[in-house]
Design a binder for this molecule. Structure first.
Ligand code: NAD
Length: 357
């Protein structure tokens, strides 16, 4: 298979971790006889410094021409004083918009090797934590109009509009059902249909869409209960399907349960064109340039790129197994270090994974 991958290293630890992510992809390509062509482009603070914009047009062009976009992280204190439209984070929102990415997929997986870092009680963690949140990314109360702050009856009043049309709901529901088919075939749709009309429509359209996915088990849960169940017994979930604002909160909750920020990958997908694959953590300026960063979230994002972007399941599993083997062989970066383990830096961890592919 011949594919183009656009690399966006960004800021802080970004270049260090993406170098490892890309090396792992290159090694997998060699092992399985694929041709991956890598191109690199500027985003975030690095792009601001070089061009004045956090998302230069050239970057958008390179991403559009690629089959997948592999991003590390953006941001840092040196750009915090900039005007909102120039801030590094604008580059991230901009590229998601430019590529029409409406689905955000975030797995939360507790590896037995890292069970010690899990925030749950051991008996709850022992039941397992292996779920994925499929969050709608371009609609909902974050984008609905009208919105604003104005004076009404002599009082300052803020308002936003929660809104979804049926097509927006249908396309994200399909992503969730398709994702479930590659896993344990269970979707839990999370909304607040006891209170919100938007959620009532959400539930209706999810039920309609489900007719084409009879092999997938569908359940429904109110968001307040879902927040509770995630902590009480996350083993009940396989795929959680939800809207933008509920997904924003639940995906953070689900991922933090595992206790290891440096381990968590994500994918954002559109209707067509390249998907964007990135770790969920930020640019960690506090440890940048010191070979201390954990590259595993980025390496695992590379596995998602192969599975969801290129349909290369075996290759993706090869990476995931190599990561687990490196952990089983007791290699740890500082953020996941435990007594008795072998401490390694970012580059060495990448090498340990490649040796185990
Ligand atoms: P952060 O995720 O960068 O760091 C939080 C803490 O986790 C830090 O102590 C950091 O050292 C540690 N950490 C994060 N990733 C790690 C890794 N791979 N290995 C080892 N340790 C790791 O969040 P923050 O400190 O709130 O933000 C720093 C900058 O990143 C800010 O400018 C913020 O806007 C930006 N940010 C970017 C993204 C993104 O690019 N998607 C996401 C979140 C934050």
């Amino acid at each position: 298979m011949q594919k183009k991958i656009c690399l966006l290293p960004g800021d802080g630890i970004g270049p260090e971790i993406l170098a490892q992510g890309a090396s792992v992809l290159a090694a997998v390509a060699q092992k399985f006889g694929h041709m991956f062509e890598f191109d690199e482009a500027l985003i975030g603070g690095a792009a601001v410094d070089a061009t004045g914009s956090p998302l230069p047009e050239e970057t958008v062009e390179k991403c559009r021409k690629a089959d997948a976009v592999f991003l590390a992280a953006v941001g840092g204190p040196q750009w915090d004083g900039l005007k909102p439209e120039q801030r590094p984070e604008k580059g991230l929102l901009g590229i998601r918009k430019a590529l029409g990415l409406f689905a955000n997929l975030r797995p939360a997986l507790l590896l037995p090797e890292l069970a010690g870092a899990c925030l749950l009680r051991p008996d709850v963690a022992a039941r397992g934590l292996d779920l994925i949140v499929v969050r709608e990314l371009t609609g909902d109360i974050y984008f609905g109009e009208p919105r604003g702050i104005e004076t009404r009856n002599g009082r300052r009043t803020g308002y936003n509009t929660m809104m979804y049309d049926e097509e927006e709901i249908r396309r994200i529901a399909k992503v969730a059902f398709e994702t479930a088919r590659q896993r344990r075939r269970k979707v839990c749709s999370v909304e607040k249909s006891n209170v919100l009309e938007t959620s009532r429509l959400w539930k209706e359209v999810v039920l309609e869409t489900h007719k084409d996915y009879a092999d997938v088990e569908l359940s429904h849960m109110y968001v307040d209960n879902a927040a509770m169940q995630l902590v009480r017994d996350p083993s009940q979930f396989d795929v959680i399907l939800t809207g933008n604002i509920f997904g924003d909160i639940l995906s953070d909750e689900a991922s933090v349960l595992t206790g290891s920020l440096g381990m968590l990958p994500s994918a954002s997908l559109g209707a067509s064109g390249p998907g964007l694959f990135e770790p969920i953590h930020g640019s960690a300026p506090d440890i940048a340039g010191r070979d201390k960063a954990n590259p595993l979230a980025t390496i695992l994002s590379g596995a998602m790129l192969l599975r969801l972007g290129f349909n290369l399941t075996e290759e993706a599993e090869c990476i995931e197994n190599a990561v687990r083997r490196a952990l089983r062989d007791e290699f740890r970066t500082e953020d996941i270090m435990e007594p008795g383990m072998i401490k390694v830096g970012c580059e060495a961890m990448g090498r340990k994974v490649i040796e185990r592919l």
